[in-house]
Design a protein around this ligand. Structure first.
Ligand SMILES: [Zn+2]
Length: 262
C-alpha cells in the first residue's frame, strides 16, 4: 500500500556539517523538508523507496536495484566525517521489482554498501524519527522519459500487491544553470525549464512532462526529471494533490520540494 510520495532536492549543503554557514541560504528547503518529515512519520511507513539520480553510478541504459543488505549513508566526499546513518535494505521487495520489470526494461541488481548522496540527503532529513525504516534504493537509466513513467507503473503494481506501508521519495535537482556563476555554467533557458516543469507538475499534466522539449531539458542541465518520472508513474492513476512546499536556487541550482498528497 502506498502511503506517501514526494520529490526532493539533494544539495550536499543541506547537511549541517557540510553546509555550515550556508545553511541559512537553504532555509525554505530545510523548512519544507521538516514539514515532509512530519508527514512521513505520521504515514507510518514500513518501507521507503528512494529513487535517486546518482544511485546508478555505472551509468548506462539500465535501471538499478541495490541488494546490499546493510546500506550506509555518509558525506565524507564533502568533508563531513561525522554524519553517519545505517539502514536495513528491504531486499525482498527490491528483488520483486527487478523480477517484475526485467521483461520490459534493462535492469540490474547491484551491491553498493555506501548509498549515493542523492539518496543520503533525503534519508538524513526524512528518517529522523524512523531509524528502523527499511530502504529500497532505485537508480534510473539513460533511457527516454516515457520508459521511466512505464517503469513507475510496474513498480506501482508491486506496491499495490504488498501488505506493507510503502513511501516513495524521488530525489533530484532542477536546472544547474540558473545563475551566471552556477557551477555548471549559465543557460538563458534554465529558468524557463524550471518554471515549465513546476507549472506542469502543479497542473498534474504528466503527458506534458513526458513530452517536454528535449532541447530545453538538455539546455537546463538537470538531474531530477527521470527520478520524478518514475514517481509519477507510481502515482499517476491515484487521486493525488500536488503541493509545492518550496523552490529556491541560492547557488544557481533549482531546488524543489513537492509533496504529492495521496
Ligand atoms: Zn543531482
Amino acid at each position: 500500500m502506498l502511503v506517501f510520495s514526494a520529490f526532493v532536492p539533494h544539495s550536499p549543503l543541506l547537511i549541517p556539517e557540510v553546509g555550515k554557514e550556508n545553511l541559512g541560504k537553504l532555509d525554505s528547503t530545510i523548512k519544507a523538508y521538516q514539514h515532509l518529515e512530519a508527514e512521513l512519520y505520521s504515514a507510518k511507513p514500513d518501507i521507503l523507496l528512494i529513487i535517486s539520480s546518482h544511485a546508478n553510478s555505472r551509468g548506462g541504459a539500465f535501471f538499478t536495484i541495490n541488494q546490499q543488505p546493510k546500506l550506509k549513508v555518509g558525506f565524507k566526499d564533502f568533508g563531513d566525517l561525522l554524519t553517519k546513518l545505517e539502514f536495513a535494505n528491504e531486499i525482498g521487495f527490491g528483488y520483486k521489482i527487478k523480477e517484475s520489470c526485467e521483461d520490459h526494461f534493462p535492469i540490474i541488481l547491484i551491491a553498493d554498501e555506501n548509498l549515493d548522496y542523492g539518496s543520503g540527503i533525503p534519508l538524513f532529513y526524512l528518517t529522523q524519527h524512523l531509524p528502523n525504516i527499511k530502504i529500497v534504493s532505485i537508480g534510473y537509466a539513460d533511457l527516454p522519459l516515457e520508459k521511466h513513467l512505464r517503469f513507475g507503473e510496474i513498480v506501482r503494481k508491486q506496491i499495490n500487491l504488498s501488505e506493507k506501508r510503502i513511501a516513495v521519495v524521488a530525489s533530484g535537482d532542477l536546472s544547474h544553470k540558473l545563475h551566471q556563476d552556477s557551477p555548471a555554467g549559465f543557460s538563458p533557458r534554465a529558468q524557463e525549464f524550471d518554471e515549465q516543469l513546476m507549472s506542469l507538475l502543479n497542473k498534474g499534466d504528466v503527458e506534458g512532462l513526458v513530452n517536454i522539449d528535449h532541447n530545453l531539458v538538455a539546455e537546463a542541465g538537470e538531474c531530477g526529471l527521470r527520478s520524478l518520472m518514475i514517481l509519477l508513474g507510481i502515482i499517476k492513476e491515484i487521486n493525488y494533490q500536488p503541493e509545492k512546499l518550496s523552490y529556491e536556487a541560492p547557488f544557481g541550482i533549482g531546488y524543489l520540494v513537492e509533496n504529492f498528497k495521496l
